[in-house]
Write a protein that binds this ligand. Structure first.
Ligand SMILES: Nc1nc2c(ncn2[C@@H]2O[C@H](COP(=O)(O)OP(=O)(O)OP(=O)(O)O)[C@@H](O)[C@H]2O)c(=O)[nH]1
Ligand SMILES: [Mg+2]
Length: 287
């Protein structure tokens, strides 16, 4: 296993395994990363990095510029090599143009790519991005950066130590709400957590939009996932647990953003329906 977080003074000089990123360590304290190759114009299969972050985006032209800038600035300072890929489902507000502009302006140290997804839904978008990645660790967070990007350092520490899945949690001990959710969302969230508990054991929060994985481990789980909407996270975590993999929950400092693509009526009902279907199929399988 490579250790991009190893201090430069004790790290090996250069490694070049075919599917592994190249790490170049300077003699000083600072880690110098070799540039990543750029993806082609239609980046379905992107070159490997240590970490690839997918941002599902639907009509996010307003929120993405700040999110991408902040994310890339943060990643640039980290000792691991990262790529960012935004997955758009045919947004009508110019999201794709915003991402293309960032992709053109991004340099090879933290490339930004745009991927399209024909199937609508956050789950479909995330699944497409993760399944088309070649990076060692993959995952996603939301365009509103409700979970601070700095949480990635904790996630990478766990992944480097061998965890298969590291997920943000707003309800694990130590988590806090910097910006609270409206009462209706809190109530709906509590009911959803209650329902999801029978499908995903011991996880306090299946829905936090911050999840990272060892790619091979999550690929096995992803290929069996069918949910395309917001309940996708429940199915994914369930499949990981069914494969016998442990999930590390990291408490987060979470900020609710007023603008939301989540419609409590449309997406809330669809998510409850999807969980009910998963429960029925789990019961059918058990009987
Ligand atoms: N590609 C794609 N992304 C989506 C779709 N629906 C939602 N998203 C993205 O999924 C992420 C989560 O959506 P949010 O609007 O933050 O909703 P949420 O986090 O569930 O709810 P809030 O607590 O209100 O933020 C955002 O980055 C959205 O742009 C979709 O159909 N396709
Ligand atoms: Mg959100």
């Amino acid at each position: 296993m490579s250790h991009p977080l190893t201090p430069a003074s004790v790290a090996p000089p250069v490694r070049t395994a075919p599917d592994r990123p190249v790490l170049v360590h300077s003699p000083g304290a600072r880690v110098v990363r070799a540039p990543l190759p750029r993806a082609s114009a239609t980046p379905v299969a992107r070159p490997a990095a240590d970490l690839e972050i997918a941002i599902p985006a639907y009509n996010e032209a307003a929120r993405l510029p700040l999110t991408l800038r902040h994310t890339v600035e943060y990643l640039r300072e980290q000792p691991w090599r990262s790529r960012v890929v935004v997955v758009d489902n045919g947004s009508s507000d110019g999201t794709a143009e915003v991402v293309r502009a960032h992709a053109r302006a991004s340099d090879d140290h933290v490339p930004v790519d745009l991927v399209g997804c024909a199937r609508p839904g956050k789950g479909a978008a995330v699944r497409r991005a993760l399944l088309s990645s070649r990076s060692r660790f993959v995952g996603f967070f939301d365009a509103d950066l409700a979970t601070p990007v700095e949480t990635l350092a904790t996630a990478m520490r766990h992944l480097e130590a061998g965890a298969a899945a590291v997920i943000g949690s707003r309800h694990a001990p130590g988590a806090r709400f910097v910006q609270a959710q409206p009462a209706g969302r809190r109530l709906g969230g509590a009911a959803f957590r209650l329902m999801a508990r029978s499908l995903v054991r011991g996880v306090h929060d299946t829905q936090c939009g911050f999840k990272f994985f060892e790619r091979h481990a999550v690929t096995q789980a992803l290929v069996t996932c069918r949910t395309t909407g917001f309940a996708f996270d429940v199915e994914l975590l369930r499949q990981l647990q069914r494969a016998g993999l442990d999930i590390v929950e990291v408490p987060v400092a979470w900020s609710h953003a007023d603008e939301s693509s989540f419609s409590p009526l449309r997406d809330g009902l669809a998510s409850f329906g999807a969980v009910l279907r998963m429960q029925r199929s789990a019961t059918g399988r058990a009987s």
